[in-house]
Write a protein that binds this ligand. Structure first.
Ligand SMILES: C[S@@+](CC[C@H](N)C(=O)[O-])C[C@H]1O[C@@H](n2cnc3c(N)ncnc32)[C@H](O)[C@@H]1O
Length: 259
């Protein structure tokens, strides 16, 4: 019988107290997992760190929910857009933008001080994901949680093959890092086990793994656009269930620093 996951519990509890942004196939699963953690600590103003948080797609809604968010990002342009977005949302006082590198958080963020760290769509572009994962764990207080989003290797293989790029698909299967050479826009992709091993090696305990966009990238736009609500619900239903989970465009890992 399928295990009851954090996402199932959120569906059953109609997302609890955290009312985040409108859910889309790209964001529904991640927000649902985060909502469970936010609801668990509903009376606490959390210290949130978003590493490679970019223009604040997650940081600003989290600040609007009453939390204090620090975004560390390498790009000054992204941070400028983040600062504008936070001001427009009326949460400039809750969002701190810091230019820096994800593997050098010490000095930017007090070690062991953060309740929730986000690292979404970053580990695939950094030089080496190991030191970044270690830095994420080091920033978390004991008991704090990490939300990590990485690209799935299997979805990339299927996608390239369906586009007729058989050689690229074969290269993605064979390459140790799940990247198809120097012309690939990403430096690596992950299977669920590889991503979990990366976080475990950094000292985090992986509690849940979900697939993000199991179907969304496979469907013709006419189909996806015709039934957006049904697609979101189906994505949420499939997200925690292998083998669907493992075919998703992205893998979301929810992990915790042991208390
Ligand atoms: C694809 S975007 C993801 C943005 C955001 N996390 C999201 O999910 O929408 C990757 C972000 O990581 C930042 N980045 C890349 N390498 C980085 C590094 N070594 N340290 C910190 N940020 C980095 C980029 O500037 C960019 O804003």
């Amino acid at each position: 019988m399928a295990r009851v996951t954090r996402l199932d519990r959120v569906e059953q509890s109609t997302r609890g107290r955290f009312a985040g942004p409108p859910l889309t196939p790209r964001t529904a699963v991640v927000w649902s997992v985060l909502a469970a953690e936010l609801d668990r600590r509903a009376d606490v103003e959390l210290s949130v760190l978003d590493v490679g948080g970019g223009t604040g797609g997650f940081a600003v809604p989290l600040a609007q929910a009453g939390h204090r968010v620090t975004v560390v990002d390498a790009s000054p342009d992204a941070l400028a857009a983040l600062t504008r977005r936070a001001a427009e949302a009326g949460v400039a006082d809750r969002v701190r933008a810091v230019q820096g590198d994800g593997d050098a958080l010490t000095g930017l963020v007090e070690p062991a001080s953060v309740d929730l760290v986000l690292c979404h769509s970053v580990l695939e572009v950094v030089d080496d994901p190991g030191p970044v994962a270690t830095a994420l764990a080091g920033a978390l207080r004991p008991g704090g949680a990490a939300s990590v989003l990485v690209p799935g290797r299997a979805a990339a293989v299927l996608g390239r093959a369906m586009n007729g790029q058989m050689e690229v698909a074969a290269a993605l299967v064979a390459a140790a890092d799940g990247a198809a050479g120097p012309r690939d826009t990403l430096r690596r992709r992950f299977d669920a086990g590889e991503a979990a091993a990366l976080l475990s090696a950094a000292g985090l305990t992986v509690e849940e793994i979900h697939g993000v966009r199991v179907l969304a990238d496979l469907l013709p736009a006419s189909v996806a656009d015709a039934q957006p609500g049904a697609l979101v619900e189906l994505e949420r239903a499939l997200a925690g269930r292998p083998p669907y989970r493992d075919l998703a465009a992205q893998l979301h890992l929810f992990a915790r620093r042991p208390a």
